[in-house]
Design a protein around this ligand. Structure first.
Ligand code: PEP
Length: 282
Protein backbone atom coordinates (compact mmCIF):
# COMPACT_ATOMS: atom_id res chain seq x y z
CA UNK A 1 0.00 0.00 0.00
CA UNK A 2 1.34 3.42 -0.95
CA UNK A 3 2.12 5.35 2.24
CA UNK A 4 -0.09 8.33 3.03
CA UNK A 5 1.26 11.43 4.78
CA UNK A 6 -1.22 14.02 6.00
CA UNK A 7 0.15 17.49 6.80
CA UNK A 8 -2.15 19.03 9.40
CA UNK A 9 -1.20 22.69 9.67
CA UNK A 10 -3.87 23.31 12.33
CA UNK A 11 -4.28 27.10 12.93
CA UNK A 12 -0.90 27.98 11.35
CA UNK A 13 0.82 30.00 9.96
CA UNK A 14 -0.68 33.36 10.86
CA UNK A 15 -0.72 35.04 7.47
CA UNK A 16 -1.19 34.25 3.80
CA UNK A 17 2.34 35.14 2.73
CA UNK A 18 3.91 32.71 5.18
CA UNK A 19 1.43 29.98 4.29
CA UNK A 20 2.10 30.38 0.58
CA UNK A 21 5.84 30.38 1.17
CA UNK A 22 5.67 27.23 3.28
CA UNK A 23 3.58 25.37 0.70
CA UNK A 24 5.81 26.45 -2.18
CA UNK A 25 8.94 25.40 -0.31
CA UNK A 26 7.53 22.00 0.60
CA UNK A 27 6.18 21.37 -2.90
CA UNK A 28 9.55 22.29 -4.36
CA UNK A 29 11.13 19.60 -2.20
CA UNK A 30 8.58 16.80 -2.53
CA UNK A 31 7.43 17.06 -6.14
CA UNK A 32 9.93 14.51 -7.43
CA UNK A 33 9.54 12.07 -4.55
CA UNK A 34 7.70 8.95 -5.70
CA UNK A 35 5.91 6.24 -3.75
CA UNK A 36 4.05 8.35 -1.21
CA UNK A 37 0.85 10.42 -1.25
CA UNK A 38 1.02 13.75 0.57
CA UNK A 39 -2.18 15.59 1.50
CA UNK A 40 -1.94 19.20 2.73
CA UNK A 41 -4.52 20.43 5.23
CA UNK A 42 -4.06 24.20 5.57
CA UNK A 43 -6.63 26.39 7.36
CA UNK A 44 -9.95 26.76 5.49
CA UNK A 45 -9.28 30.35 4.42
CA UNK A 46 -6.47 29.36 2.05
CA UNK A 47 -7.80 26.06 0.72
CA UNK A 48 -9.54 27.36 -2.39
CA UNK A 49 -6.70 29.59 -3.43
CA UNK A 50 -4.04 26.92 -2.93
CA UNK A 51 -5.98 24.10 -4.50
CA UNK A 52 -6.68 26.11 -7.65
CA UNK A 53 -3.16 27.45 -7.96
CA UNK A 54 -1.13 24.39 -7.03
CA UNK A 55 -1.84 21.33 -9.12
CA UNK A 56 -1.65 18.41 -9.03
CA UNK A 57 -1.51 18.51 -5.24
CA UNK A 58 -3.93 16.83 -2.84
CA UNK A 59 -5.66 18.98 -0.26
CA UNK A 60 -7.63 18.11 2.82
CA UNK A 61 -9.81 20.07 5.23
CA UNK A 62 -9.30 20.01 8.98
CA UNK A 63 -13.04 19.73 9.63
CA UNK A 64 -16.48 20.01 7.99
CA UNK A 65 -20.12 20.35 9.03
CA UNK A 66 -22.50 17.45 8.44
CA UNK A 67 -25.47 19.47 7.14
CA UNK A 68 -25.39 20.18 3.42
CA UNK A 69 -26.50 23.84 3.50
CA UNK A 70 -28.39 26.34 5.62
CA UNK A 71 -28.28 28.59 8.65
CA UNK A 72 -25.17 27.27 10.42
CA UNK A 73 -23.06 30.32 11.20
CA UNK A 74 -19.35 29.75 10.90
CA UNK A 75 -19.60 26.28 9.42
CA UNK A 76 -18.25 24.93 6.13
CA UNK A 77 -20.18 22.45 3.97
CA UNK A 78 -19.07 19.48 1.92
CA UNK A 79 -20.09 21.07 -1.37
CA UNK A 80 -17.94 24.10 -0.51
CA UNK A 81 -15.02 21.71 0.04
CA UNK A 82 -15.78 19.92 -3.22
CA UNK A 83 -15.72 23.15 -5.19
CA UNK A 84 -12.40 23.89 -3.49
CA UNK A 85 -11.02 20.60 -4.88
CA UNK A 86 -10.63 19.05 -1.45
CA UNK A 87 -10.32 15.26 -1.43
CA UNK A 88 -9.78 14.47 2.26
CA UNK A 89 -11.35 15.67 5.52
CA UNK A 90 -9.94 15.16 9.03
CA UNK A 91 -12.77 14.25 11.39
CA UNK A 92 -12.79 13.96 15.17
CA UNK A 93 -9.33 15.35 15.84
CA UNK A 94 -8.72 15.30 19.59
CA UNK A 95 -8.18 19.08 19.60
CA UNK A 96 -11.73 19.53 18.30
CA UNK A 97 -13.06 17.00 20.77
CA UNK A 98 -11.26 18.79 23.61
CA UNK A 99 -11.57 22.51 22.74
CA UNK A 100 -14.72 22.60 20.64
CA UNK A 101 -16.77 20.03 22.53
CA UNK A 102 -17.04 17.68 19.58
CA UNK A 103 -18.91 14.57 20.72
CA UNK A 104 -18.94 11.02 19.39
CA UNK A 105 -22.34 11.73 17.84
CA UNK A 106 -21.01 14.80 16.01
CA UNK A 107 -18.05 12.78 14.80
CA UNK A 108 -20.40 10.03 13.57
CA UNK A 109 -22.48 12.52 11.59
CA UNK A 110 -19.40 14.09 10.05
CA UNK A 111 -17.86 10.76 9.01
CA UNK A 112 -21.17 9.68 7.43
CA UNK A 113 -21.52 13.00 5.58
CA UNK A 114 -17.95 12.98 4.26
CA UNK A 115 -18.22 9.41 2.99
CA UNK A 116 -21.65 10.03 1.46
CA UNK A 117 -20.17 12.98 -0.44
CA UNK A 118 -17.49 10.71 -1.89
CA UNK A 119 -14.59 12.33 -0.04
CA UNK A 120 -12.08 10.50 2.13
CA UNK A 121 -12.67 10.75 5.88
CA UNK A 122 -9.60 10.63 8.12
CA UNK A 123 -11.14 9.56 11.41
CA UNK A 124 -8.96 10.30 14.46
CA UNK A 125 -9.12 8.03 17.50
CA UNK A 126 -6.85 7.64 20.52
CA UNK A 127 -6.58 7.47 24.27
CA UNK A 128 -6.02 10.53 26.49
CA UNK A 129 -3.24 9.44 28.80
CA UNK A 130 -0.05 7.44 28.48
CA UNK A 131 -0.84 5.61 31.71
CA UNK A 132 -4.17 4.34 30.42
CA UNK A 133 -4.39 0.56 30.39
CA UNK A 134 -7.67 0.34 28.46
CA UNK A 135 -6.46 1.58 25.08
CA UNK A 136 -8.24 -1.18 23.14
CA UNK A 137 -11.52 -0.40 24.88
CA UNK A 138 -11.17 3.34 24.15
CA UNK A 139 -10.42 2.69 20.48
CA UNK A 140 -13.33 0.28 20.21
CA UNK A 141 -15.74 2.72 21.84
CA UNK A 142 -14.66 5.61 19.57
CA UNK A 143 -14.75 3.51 16.41
CA UNK A 144 -18.10 1.88 17.12
CA UNK A 145 -19.59 5.31 17.84
CA UNK A 146 -18.08 6.92 14.73
CA UNK A 147 -18.93 4.14 12.30
CA UNK A 148 -22.46 3.42 13.56
CA UNK A 149 -25.05 3.08 10.80
CA UNK A 150 -22.57 3.03 7.93
CA UNK A 151 -22.92 0.59 5.07
CA UNK A 152 -19.92 -1.61 4.36
CA UNK A 153 -19.45 -0.17 0.87
CA UNK A 154 -19.05 3.37 2.20
CA UNK A 155 -15.91 2.40 4.11
CA UNK A 156 -13.96 2.31 0.86
CA UNK A 157 -13.00 5.92 1.54
CA UNK A 158 -12.29 5.63 5.24
CA UNK A 159 -8.85 6.20 6.76
CA UNK A 160 -8.33 5.79 10.51
CA UNK A 161 -5.60 7.76 12.28
CA UNK A 162 -4.47 6.36 15.62
CA UNK A 163 -3.50 9.46 17.58
CA UNK A 164 -2.74 8.94 21.26
CA UNK A 165 -3.71 12.35 22.67
CA UNK A 166 -0.73 12.45 25.06
CA UNK A 167 1.65 12.18 22.09
CA UNK A 168 0.21 15.08 20.06
CA UNK A 169 2.45 18.14 20.04
CA UNK A 170 4.47 16.93 23.03
CA UNK A 171 7.58 15.63 21.28
CA UNK A 172 6.88 12.30 23.02
CA UNK A 173 5.90 9.91 20.25
CA UNK A 174 4.47 6.49 21.01
CA UNK A 175 6.59 3.43 20.24
CA UNK A 176 6.09 1.86 16.84
CA UNK A 177 5.15 -1.45 18.48
CA UNK A 178 2.35 0.20 20.50
CA UNK A 179 1.17 1.98 17.36
CA UNK A 180 1.09 -1.33 15.53
CA UNK A 181 -0.92 -2.94 18.38
CA UNK A 182 -3.40 -0.09 18.11
CA UNK A 183 -3.61 -0.58 14.33
CA UNK A 184 -4.34 -4.28 14.85
CA UNK A 185 -7.07 -3.41 17.38
CA UNK A 186 -8.58 -0.89 14.95
CA UNK A 187 -8.75 -3.49 12.19
CA UNK A 188 -10.20 -6.07 14.60
CA UNK A 189 -13.01 -3.70 15.57
CA UNK A 190 -13.73 -2.97 11.90
CA UNK A 191 -13.64 -6.68 11.07
CA UNK A 192 -16.09 -7.48 13.88
CA UNK A 193 -18.54 -4.76 12.73
CA UNK A 194 -18.09 -5.25 8.99
CA UNK A 195 -15.76 -7.96 7.64
CA UNK A 196 -12.17 -9.00 7.19
CA UNK A 197 -11.88 -7.62 3.66
CA UNK A 198 -13.01 -4.15 4.74
CA UNK A 199 -10.75 -4.29 7.80
CA UNK A 200 -7.73 -5.10 5.67
CA UNK A 201 -8.42 -2.40 3.12
CA UNK A 202 -8.84 0.53 5.56
CA UNK A 203 -5.52 2.43 5.80
CA UNK A 204 -4.43 3.04 9.39
CA UNK A 205 -2.11 5.97 10.13
CA UNK A 206 -0.15 6.90 13.23
CA UNK A 207 -0.10 10.50 14.52
CA UNK A 208 1.61 12.05 17.52
CA UNK A 209 4.97 13.87 17.42
CA UNK A 210 5.99 12.26 14.14
CA UNK A 211 9.28 13.63 12.82
CA UNK A 212 11.88 12.85 10.17
CA UNK A 213 13.76 11.03 12.94
CA UNK A 214 11.03 8.56 13.85
CA UNK A 215 8.94 8.23 10.66
CA UNK A 216 10.87 5.19 9.44
CA UNK A 217 10.22 3.24 12.65
CA UNK A 218 6.45 3.74 12.30
CA UNK A 219 6.18 3.08 8.59
CA UNK A 220 8.42 0.03 8.76
CA UNK A 221 5.57 -1.66 10.63
CA UNK A 222 3.58 -3.06 7.75
CA UNK A 223 0.25 -2.51 9.49
CA UNK A 224 0.87 1.25 9.58
CA UNK A 225 0.05 2.85 6.26
CA UNK A 226 1.15 6.41 6.87
CA UNK A 227 1.23 9.30 9.31
CA UNK A 228 -0.75 12.33 10.37
CA UNK A 229 1.83 15.03 10.96
CA UNK A 230 1.24 18.28 12.84
CA UNK A 231 4.23 20.32 14.04
CA UNK A 232 6.77 18.77 11.68
CA UNK A 233 4.63 19.74 8.67
CA UNK A 234 5.20 23.43 9.44
CA UNK A 235 8.97 23.28 8.90
CA UNK A 236 9.70 22.86 5.20
CA UNK A 237 13.08 21.14 5.37
CA UNK A 238 11.97 18.82 8.19
CA UNK A 239 8.80 17.85 6.36
CA UNK A 240 10.58 17.28 3.04
CA UNK A 241 13.02 14.94 4.79
CA UNK A 242 10.14 13.15 6.50
CA UNK A 243 8.42 12.58 3.14
CA UNK A 244 11.67 11.46 1.55
CA UNK A 245 12.18 8.83 4.26
CA UNK A 246 8.53 7.74 4.10
CA UNK A 247 8.90 7.22 0.34
CA UNK A 248 12.04 5.14 0.85
CA UNK A 249 10.14 2.81 3.21
CA UNK A 250 7.24 2.65 0.75
CA UNK A 251 9.53 1.68 -2.07
CA UNK A 252 11.38 -0.93 -0.04
CA UNK A 253 8.12 -2.53 1.08
CA UNK A 254 6.92 -2.44 -2.52
CA UNK A 255 9.99 -4.39 -3.55
CA UNK A 256 9.27 -6.96 -0.84
CA UNK A 257 5.93 -7.67 -2.51
CA UNK A 258 7.60 -9.18 -5.57
CA UNK A 259 8.08 -12.77 -4.28
CA UNK A 260 5.00 -14.86 -4.92
CA UNK A 261 5.18 -16.94 -1.75
CA UNK A 262 6.08 -15.15 1.44
CA UNK A 263 7.02 -17.23 4.48
CA UNK A 264 5.49 -16.23 7.78
CA UNK A 265 8.22 -14.70 9.99
CA UNK A 266 8.77 -16.05 13.49
CA UNK A 267 6.55 -14.47 16.12
CA UNK A 268 3.88 -13.28 13.70
CA UNK A 269 0.37 -14.61 13.98
CA UNK A 270 -1.48 -16.49 11.28
CA UNK A 271 -2.80 -14.40 8.44
CA UNK A 272 0.22 -12.12 8.25
CA UNK A 273 0.79 -11.04 4.67
CA UNK A 274 4.18 -9.78 3.74
CA UNK A 275 4.23 -6.60 1.72
CA UNK A 276 0.50 -5.96 1.81
CA UNK A 277 0.62 -3.22 4.39
CA UNK A 278 -1.93 -5.26 6.28
CA UNK A 279 -1.47 -7.07 9.55
CA UNK A 280 -3.63 -9.93 10.71
CA UNK A 281 -6.58 -9.11 12.84
CA UNK A 282 -6.01 -11.10 16.03
C1 PEP B 1 -1.79 16.21 14.81
O1 PEP B 1 -1.93 17.33 14.37
O2 PEP B 1 -2.72 15.41 14.77
C2 PEP B 1 -0.50 15.83 15.38
C3 PEP B 1 -0.26 14.56 15.51
O3 PEP B 1 0.37 16.82 15.74
P1 PEP B 1 1.93 16.64 16.09
O4 PEP B 1 2.54 15.92 14.93
O5 PEP B 1 2.44 18.02 16.27
O6 PEP B 1 2.01 15.82 17.34
Amino acid sequence: MRKLIIANWKMNPQNYAEAEQLLAAVLGGVKRIRGVTVVFCPPFVWLTDFSHKMRPVSFGAQDVFWELAGAYTGEVSLSMLQTSRVSHVIVGHSERRRWLGETDEMVRRKVAAVLAAGLTAILCVGEESREQDNVSAVLEQQLVAALGGLAKASLARLVVAYEPVWAIGTGEADSSSNALSAAITIRKVIRDRFDQKVAQSVPVLYGGSVSSENIVSFLSEEGIDGALVGGASLRASEFIELVRRAAAVSRSQGRLKLPVSTPRPPGRTAGWKKGTGVQPVA
